[in-house]
Design a protein around this ligand. Structure first.
Ligand code: FEO
Length: 168
């Protein structure tokens, strides 16, 4: 059975993961409007990743005999100045999610809940990849410096991203 404090905090994390899904869908919409369908594809795949994250927490609460309570999802940012800004904000957002997962882990340790700690280890590792993905593309975008040829090449590369559900 989950401690009430952990159940409440995981419910908050579910909200943050679904907000992430919504934020990346908004970024996909911006990229589509800019004619960058490969960039949009990157974010549409990210939407699926975030949904997967949210559902992992959702299922875990029930496996532990808890109750999921869904809260309102805030409106995400809808206007951006450039693809670089979109990725810079994505990176910042992933850093926020990493901090949020770490706080959740701190609480699981405080509550001496070994099952939740074990479950969260996957997310700790996943966040390293989440931050790294965004950081790598930021570096590429800075090198390209908005030049058409480079943007088209990167757009083509990002068009190839697919969602593969992780094996847990
Ligand atoms: Fe669910 Fe992108 O962290």
């Amino acid at each position: 059975m989950l401690a009430q404090s952990l159940q409440d905090r995981i419910n908050l994390q579910i909200n943050r993961e679904i907000y992430s899904e919504y934020l990346y869908l908004s970024m996909a919409a911006y990229c589509e409007a800019q004619g960058l369908s490969g960039f949009a594809n990157f974010f549409k795949i990210q939407v699926q990743e975030e949904h997967f994250h949210a559902m992992r927490f959702f299922d875990f609460v029930h496996e532990r005999g808890g109750r999921v309570v869904l809260d309102a999802i805030a409106q995400p940012k809808v206007d951006f100045n450039s693809a670089l800004e979109v990725f810079e904000l994505s990176y910042k957002h992933e850093q926020f999610i990493t901090k949020s997962i770490n706080e959740l882990m701190d609480l699981a340790i405080k509550e001496n809940d070994h099952a939740t700690r074990s479950f969260l280890n996957w997310f700790v590792d996943e966040q390293v990849e989440e931050e790294s993905n965004m950081d790598t593309i930021i570096n590429h975008l800075r090198l390209i410096d908005g030049k058409g040829h480079g943007m088209l090449m990167l757009d083509r590369e990002l068009a190839g991203r697919v969602f593969t559900p992780p094996t847990i």
